[in-house]
Write a protein that binds this ligand. Structure first.
Ligand code: NAP
Length: 246
C-alpha cells in the first residue's frame, strides 16, 4: 500500500508541484484546495495520466470545520496518513503596519498560522505512536520573509511565517519520541500566482534583480526540498532555506 501524503493548498503553485513530485515518488496524494476546483482536478488528472494516485479535497484550512472535513475525508477515502505538507498560505497587498486593520491581520493569522497548527494537530493524532499510529512526517512551508521581516511590504505575513518556524522547531521536539519528524522549508520568491492574487503582479520581476543568484525560483525547486525532508529519516526540527541566497 502506498504511503499517503496530504498537501494543503495543492491546486496551484508550490503545492501542485509537490503533489506531482510526491506521486512520482510513490505517494498517494490528497490534494487540498479552497475554491479553484478546475486547477485541483487538473493536478489529479496529470498524476493519473502519469500512472500515480491522487484525489482532490476542497476544504478551507482557515476554519476548524474545514480542517475536520479534510482529515475525515482522508480517513474515509485513503485510510491512512503518512505525511502532511502544511503549504496553503496567503500574502496581502504591500502595506506598512500603521495602515493595517484588524481584519487583515486576523485573516493572515487564521490561514497562515491557526490553519497549519490545527492541521498539524490532526496529523499528530493520526500518526503518533502515542495514539496507536505508525509515525510519519510533517513539512511546514514557511518563507524567507520570516528571516527578513517584510519591512514596508508585509510584516504581518513575515510574522505569520516566523510563527511557523517556531511551530516547526517546537513540535519537532514534542513529537520526536512519537515517531513523527517535523521540518520546514523557507522559500524565497517563487514563480506562482500568489503575488498577483495579492495585487502585486510585478513582485516576481522586481525581486529577481535583488536575488544573489539573479533569478526567482520555480515551484519544483521547493517541491524537491519538501520531498527530500519527507524522506530524510535523521532530520527533524530543520528548516531549509531555498531562496537564491537572499
Ligand atoms: P498560490 O500559487 O497562491 O497557491 C495557493 C494554494 O493554496 C491554492 O491551491 C489555494 O487554493 C490554496 N489555499 C489558499 N488559501 C487556502 C485555504 N484557506 N484553504 C485551503 N487552501 C487554500 O501559492 P504558492 O505561491 O504556491 O504558496 C504556497 C506556500 O508557499 C504559501 O504558504 C506561501 O506563503 C509560501 N511561499 C510562497 C512564496 C512565493 O514566492 N510563491 C515564497 C515564500 C513562501 P485555491 O486554488 O482553491 O484558491
Amino acid at each position: 500500500m502506498n504511503p499517503v501524503m496530504l498537501i494543503t493548498g495543492a491546486g496551484r503553485g508550490i503545492g501542485a508541484a509537490t503533489a506531482r513530485l510526491a506521486a512520482r515518488e510513490g505517494y498517494t496524494v490528497a490534494i487540498n484546495y479552497r475554491r479553484d476546483h478546475h486547477a485541483a482536478e487538473s493536478v489529479v488528472e496529470a498524476i493519473h495520466q502519469a500512472g500515480g494516485q491522487a484525489i482532490a479535497i476542497p476544504a478551507d484550512v482557515a476554519s476548524d470545520a474545514g480542517i475536520q472535513t479534510l482529515f475525515e475525508t482522508v480517513d474515509a477515502k485513503l485510510g491512512r496518513l503518512d505525511a502532511l505538507v502544511n503549504n496553503a498560505g496567503v500574502v496581502d497587498a504591500n502595506c506598512r503596519l500603521e495602515d493595517m486593520d484588524f481584519a487583515r491581520i486576523e485573516r493572515m493569522m487564521r490561514i497562515n498560522v491557526a490553519g497549519p497548527m490545527i492541521c498539524a494537530r490532526e496529523a499528530v493524532r493520526r500518526m503518533s505512536t502515542r495514539h496507536g499510529g505508525h509515525g510519519g512526517t510533517i513539512i511546514n512551508v514557511s518563507s524567507a520573509a520570516a528571516r527578513l521581516g517584510g519591512a514596508d511590504e508585509y510584516v504581518d505575513y513575515a510574522a505569520s511565517k516566523g510563527a511557523i518556524d517556531s511551530l516547526t522547531r517546537g513540535l519537532a521536539r514534542e513529537v520526536a519520541g512519537d515517531g513523527i519528524r517535523v521540518n520546514g522549508v523557507r522559500p524565497g520568491v517563487i514563480r506562482t500566482t500568489i503575488h498577483a492574487s495579492a495585487n502585486n503582479p510585478h513582485k516576481v520581476e522586481l525581486a529577481g534583480q535583488r536575488i544573489p543568484l539573479g533569478r526567482i525560483g520555480d515551484p519544483e525547486e521547493i517541491a524537491s526540498a519538501i520531498l527530500w525532508l519527507s524522506g530524510s529519516g535523521f532530520s527533524t526540527g530543520s528548516i531549509i532555506d531555498v531562496d537564491g541566497g537572499v
